[in-house]
Ligand binder design. Structure first.
Ligand SMILES: Cc1cc2nc3c(=O)[nH]c(=O)nc-3n(C[C@H](O)[C@H](O)[C@H](O)COP(=O)(O)OP(=O)(O)OC[C@H]3O[C@@H](n4cnc5c(N)ncnc54)[C@H](O)[C@@H]3O)c2cc1C
Length: 237
């Protein structure tokens, strides 16, 4: 499906949100799913012209949820693909070749869920949370979100609002390299989860981010004997 860049904006250090218009027919997807985005490469890239990105903006609330707009967010690096992306101008075309994935919230709205995001791994959770907000649906959710520092934390302001608005019972921003951060610091591990998430044994854990982050958290969950876990590894990082 052809899409066209509508706008892009920096949402954290080196992190850009790209909004694409979907002119032909609205696209059907569930919050948490990814889109495969194919670009006409301006710069050579040995991994080719296509990457997966979790969709950031929620579909509408009609049955089979659709969107006339697709937003994705990524860290800009030196690869030909990312450099092509960074150079894109409003109106430039791209192609979404597929939408897929099973990284979605449990069907049971009463199931308590702990969302664990590493860096740009926040994207599928942002989509799920905004979808709940748009439906005014309140679930039992906790968000653990790890970044280097505050400047590196995408959607900091919006996510900070989720707790007072009652859509998330607690948001933990955890910084790995920020001496000035007043909240939790360092790598998230089994001790952090056990100390902060009461009744963690009965909660459903969803973990997204670069494979090294997801691997570390999944090991911590295993140490705690938690097996109700869903992982989304952002392969390629
Ligand atoms: C289901 C799924 C969903 C995904 N969703 C997203 C998403 O929402 N957003 C997203 O950005 N990606 C997402 N990805 C990953 C995405 O598809 C790309 O693989 C990823 O963005 C890497 O892009 P790249 O190949 O251009 O490499 P790069 O961005 O350059 O990263 C590749 C490697 O380059 C090196 N590197 C790059 N920059 C640095 C740096 N600053 N410091 C040190 N080393 C560095 C690292 O070794 C890194 O592993 C997803 C992947 C999957 C499978």
């Amino acid at each position: 499906m052809n899409v066209f860049l509508k706008n892009k904006k920096e949402i954290a250090d080196d992190t850009i949100l790209f909004g694409f218009e979907v002119p032909d027919a609205a696209m059907s997807y569930k919050p948490g799913q990814y889109a495969s985005l194919k670009l006409a490469l301006k710069y050579p890239d040995e991994k080719g012209p296509e990457r997966f990105f979790s969709i950031v903006n929620p579909p509408d609330n009609k049955p089979g949820g659709r969107g006339r707009r697709i937003e994705i967010a990524t860290r800009i690096s030196g690869t030909g693909y990312k450099q092509t992306m960074a150079a894109m101008q409003d109106g430039d075309p791209a192609e979404i070749t597929r939408i897929g994935g099973e990284f979605i919230l449990p069907k049971d709205p009463d199931q308590a869920v702990v969302m664990v995001a590493g860096g740009v791994g926040i994207t599928p959770f942002k989509c799920m949370l905004d979808h709940l907000v748009s439906k005014d649906e309140k679930r039992r959710l906790i968000l653990l979100y790890s970044n280097k520092n505050k400047a590196n934390t995408a959607f900091y302001d919006e996510l900070s609002q989720m707790e007072p608005a009652g859509y998330v019972s607690k948001v933990y921003f955890v910084m790995t390299r920020d001496d000035t951060w007043p909240g939790p610091k360092g790598r998230m591990n089994a001790g952090f989860i056990a100390d902060n998430i009461s009744g963690y044994q009965k909660k459903h854990f969803m973990v997204a981010g670069p494979p090294s982050f997801v691997g570390g958290i999944s090991q911590a969950l295993e140490e705690l004997g938690i097996s109700d876990v869903k992982l989304e590894k952002f392969f390629g990082y």
